[in-house]
Design a protein around this ligand. Structure first.
Ligand code: F6P
Length: 545
């Protein structure tokens, strides 16, 4: 497959810009102004991307010719754009109530969404009032455990942690994800089963990890009621599109909140999947999150490409990936509270865009999803930034910062922000050999030159800066919606379906075949490859050791 072909309409721009250093591009203040934009509480600075006006214009003409507005409207209107599953893609309708534009989603979907928001609100308010018993739940709830994985975990996990300054008192949130029993074991040691509310979040209600963890916590809670099976309906809520399976598992029908086929898991934070978040921060704040996202939806629906932040972000990624051949992007939030952003984006972007065929089954014409990786700054500076500054590969970065922190420690925050700004500047500007030589004071000329060579920074390394005025439900909602629409735009530009995920199925089905061998239910390993057989043998021999 010819996935590495760079688009010919960009070739002359790549060639021209290969002779220009970012240091020189940054001299042009007008260019900088054109590449810095605001939407609501977010500032997006693209001025350290290796682009000039002509290259951006070429990208803009390309996207204009692609019919992106028509594709966008098809999503908002609920057309079945997820063609391999014949589904609409309506996560925007989940926050549509806060939009200032006329609704586009089908009325039926909007009513369903509104009804569910009301149910979430009733639950949140009952627990806040200390009146959960009126809904058949434990009268005193101190801890809420969200069991789920992928899209049923990453969004609420990110938001619950990011918005911890907004948490209601006396209710702790926990996330149980991995099938590694260690986490469940630790949680059961800490919590009081009779005061724990468990939310099992699974769109399919067939996910191995989630059901296993659900079973473990169900046994634990039942034990505390001497095996009385009614405790399951008292302590467990489910969020699922598979109501029948959730009921069979033991969740009371009135405790099941819907997920819909028209919302993909990784786009579902705004639905009942966000129940643990709504409980943690209260309904006003949950609605503020939806409003922040709706603000970006309205912006995406109404602005021309030149001022449209999701479109600009997608064009920059297209440029880096397809014109310049960058195969990864580092996401570095300078905010501990946003420590889960990178893993959230890994699923949002890589599960959506890691595809190599078009919806027509043809090979794609260019490379698709870069690898997304990263972790919080400044910690990251003391781990892998050496390679980003002086390594042989150029990795575009995304710096995310917060102007006003949620704490009063001004000196810490100034130091944090100064590091963010310094890294973006250093990566772009670098340090020339001559500058490094001038700094090397001791030793003879030869020694000074050797040292200067090692202390030279090539620079010319691109980055984007996103600044949130402060980290609030509104700004977080806006930030996540910005990324969602960027993903939509890249799916459109790359002619792939960003809303299915067939690629994760193969490993799941092989795991189902391997499990009986680990459980000792079969000795016949002949269907496995030689490496798997050898490792199964090793595990069997050492198990009891
Ligand atoms: O791993 C693939 C996936 O289907 C994700 O897309 C999804 O978010 C996750 O598994 C969890 O699925 P479910 O919500 O059905 O348990």
């Amino acid at each position: 497959m010819s996935q590495q072909r760079s688009p010919s309409f960009l070739a002359a721009h790549v060639e021209r810009l290969s002779r220009t250093h970012l240091r020189d591009l940054l001299q042009d203040q007008e260019r900088g102004q054109r590449l810095r934009h605001r939407v609501g509480p977010l500032l997006l600075d693209l001025s350290r991307q290796k682009l000039d006006h002509e290259a951006l214009q070429a990208l803009g003409e390309h996207v204009e010719a692609s019919g992106w507005q028509r594709a966008r409207d098809a999503m908002f209107a609920g057309e079945p754009i997820n063609t391999s599953e014949d589904r609409a893609v309506l996560h925007t309708a989940l926050r549509g109530g806060a939009s200032h534009l006329p609704p586009m989603a089908p009325r039926e979907a909007r009513l369903e969404i509104e009804r569910t928001l009301q149910r979430i609100e009733e639950l949140v308010r009952a627990i806040e009032r200390g009146d959960a018993a009126s809904m058949g739940l434990p009268s005193k709830i101190t801890d809420v455990v969200n069991i789920g994985i992928g899209g049923s975990d990453l969004g609420p996990r990110l938001a619950v942690r990011a918005l911890s300054p907004f948490h209601v008192p006396e209710l702790r949130s926990h996330f149980l994800t991995n099938v590694d029993g260690q986490a469940a074991y630790e949680l059961m040691r800490q919590l009081d089963p009779r005061r724990t509310l468990v939310i099992v979040v699974s769109k399919t209600f067939t996910t191995q990890e989630t059901l296993l963890n659900g079973n473990v916590l169900r046994d634990w809670i039942l034990r505390s009621y001497d095996g009385d099976a009614r405790a399951t309906s008292k302590h467990f809520l489910a969020v699922s599109a598979n109501t029948a399976e959730a009921e069979r598992w033991g969740v009371a029908t009135s405790n099941i909140y819907p997920m819909w086929d028209f919302v993909g898991g990784r786009f579902s934070l705004w639905s009942a999947v966000g129940l643990s978040l709504a409980l943690a921060i209260g309904m006003e704040h949950f609605r503020a999150l939806l409003a922040g996202a709706a603000q970006v939806d309205d912006h995406f629906r109404s602005k021309p490409w030149q001022q449209n932040l999701p479109v600009l972000l997608s064009l920059v990624e297209y440029w880096n990936r397809n014109a310049l051949g960058r195969s990864s992007r580092a996401v570095v939030p300078y905010a501990d509270l946003m420590g889960d952003l990178t893993s959230y984006l890994q699923q949002l972007e890589m599960e959506s865009l890691g595809k190599q065929v078009t919806p027509q089954g043809e090979p794609v014409a260019q490379a698709t999803s870069p690898v997304v990786w990263g972790s919080v700054g400044t910690n990251a500076q003391h781990a892998y930034f050496q390679s980003l500054h002086q390594g042989t590969d150029t990795v575009p970065l995304e710096f995310i910062g917060v102007v006003r922190p949620a704490h009063p420690l001004r000196a810490n925050h100034d130091a944090l922000l100064s590091n963010l700004l310094a890294q973006a500047a250093a990566l772009a500007l670098g340090k020339t050999f001559e500058e490094a030589l001038a700094e090397a004071k001791s030793g003879d000329e030869q020694a000074r030159r050797v040292l200067a060579a090692q202390r030279t920074f090539p620079g010319d390394r691109p980055s984007t800066v996103i600044l949130l005025d402060s980290l609030t439900p509104e700004s977080l909602g806006a930030l996540i919606a910005l990324y969602e629409h960027k993903v939509f735009m890249l799916g459109h530009l790359w002619s792939i379906n960003a809303f299915d995920q067939w690629g994760v199925e193969l490993g799941k089905s092989i795991a189902r075949q391997i499990l009986p061998a680990l459980e000792g239910q079969t000795d016949d390993l002949s269907s496995f490859d030689t490496a798997t057989r050898a490792l199964l043998d090793e595990i069997a021999q050492r198990r009891e050791g």
